[in-house]
Design a protein around this ligand. Structure first.
Ligand SMILES: *Cc1c(COP(=O)(O)O)cnc(C)c1O
Length: 356
């Protein structure tokens, strides 16, 4: 049976990327040696590192005064890397979900954290709008897409202090004006590759301003100086990221995929709103175009397990919602084809017919 992969991360990758990864494991760059066995100091590899950074600059229109890093440790390591490198006294955070909360916890090791607003009161089903960013903060941290709850900050924020954004789950899904951010980071495994590598986009002049001493691996400046090769980089993960970005470029880049993403999300939300069995959980104005969360409507609450079973029988994979929200979550990242969304919609329609 054909499978439709809606996993939240790691998740579906473009077929073109996995195919070339398979080939590269056999033979990388016609070297006669596989990608898992080459030296990260070989010329072929240095070219991939350079090209991957160049693809980031090209696809996101990243200005010259920003550097792109590829590091281990996932987005979670950036939760402490960011305050270690940027916070002298105080930082401001917007608490829009559990990932934001985890970032706040790590920042508290380095100084004062002001949580400017939180949507925890309604289980993070919306993005707070009314808050003031303190002008004496070293930076303001946001999570642009809240993977678990299906909410998203769709616009670049105006801020008196540099904005730091965890874009793990919506990076490259929509255009962003990078110049409005001080730092953007995330794990690759949702939209730009497999697990094992995190990306960090930094405005270089923000570094070197903290008083504390930093361990080598914690210091972004050292990673910049060494082109993300201060230690052995996650070679294979970066290679698959390179292939994923090449695929995105061939489609027409971020602007083109944004159109496709908006159409996929609109179609799925329209079905959730139409179908009497389901309701969406996120505030409409904050609905994510990457993670679509919904539950059974009140009258059909007892059908949740039935629908999961039915959907599984139709090839749907990974649509069970996160335990803190319940119900269902369809993660429809860049590499999730329109065909998968249409198959899920058809499945919801047929389940409604069976139950009325
Ligand atoms: C998945 C996710 C993370 C955690 O990423 P890791 O690479 O597993 O550390 C952090 N923030 C957001 C928004 C995420 O979706």
């Amino acid at each position: 049976m054909k499978k439709y992969n809606f996993n939240a991360g790691p998740c579906v990758l473009p077929k073109a990327a996995t195919e070339s990864a398979i080939e590269a494991i056999r033979d990388f760059d016609n070297s006669g040696i596989g990608i898992l066995e080459i030296s990260h100091r070989s010329p072929g590899w240095e070219r991939i590192m350079k090209e991957t950074a160049a693809l980031w600059h090209e696809l996101l229109h990243i200005p010259e005064n920003y550097k792109v890093l590829f590091l281990g440790g996932g987005a979670s390591a950036e939760f402490f890397m960011v305050p270690a490198n940027l916070m002298n006294k105080k930082a401001a955070y917007l608490q829009t979900g559990v990932w934001a909360k985890k970032a706040i916890k790590e920042a508290k090791f380095y100084g004062e954290v002001e949580v400017v607003a939180s949507s925890e009161d309604k289980n993070y089903s919306y993005v707070p709008q009314d808050y003031a960013i303190p002008a004496d903060a070293d930076y303001f941290h946001i999570t642009t897409n809240n993977t678990i709850y299906g909410t998203e900050i769709h616009k670049d924020i105006d801020s008196p202090v540099p904005v730091v954004a965890d874009m793990s789950s919506d990076i490259m899904s929509r255009p962003v004006d990078v110049s409005k951010y001080g730092l953007i980071y995330g794990g690759a495994q949702k939209n730009v590759g497999p697990a094992g590598v995190a990306f960090v986009i930094i405005r270089e002049d923000l570094l070197g301003k903290v008083d504390r001493k930093l361990q080598s691996m914690v210091d972004y400046r050292l990673h910049i100086e060494n082109g993300s090769m201060f230690n052995t980089p996650p070679v294979f993960s970066i290679f698959v990221m390179h292939e994923t970005l090449k695929w995105l470029k061939s489609l027409g880049g971020v602007e083109a995929i944004h159109q496709i993403n908006k159409e996929k999300a609109a179609a799925l939300y329209a079905e959730i709103d139409r179908n009497k069995l389901f309701v969406g959980t996120a505030a409409k104005e904050d609905r994510s175009i990457m993670n679509v969360c919904f539950v059974m409507s009140e009258a059909y609450k007892d059908k949740e397990a039935d629908f999961l079973e039915y959907a599984k029988g139709r090839g749907m994979v990974g649509i069970k919602g996160h335990r803190s929200v319940g119900g269902f979550r369809a993660s429809i990242y860049n590499a999730c084809p329109r065909e998968a969304v249409d198959a899920l919609i058809a499945c919801m329609k047929d389940f409604e017919k069976l139950n009325s």
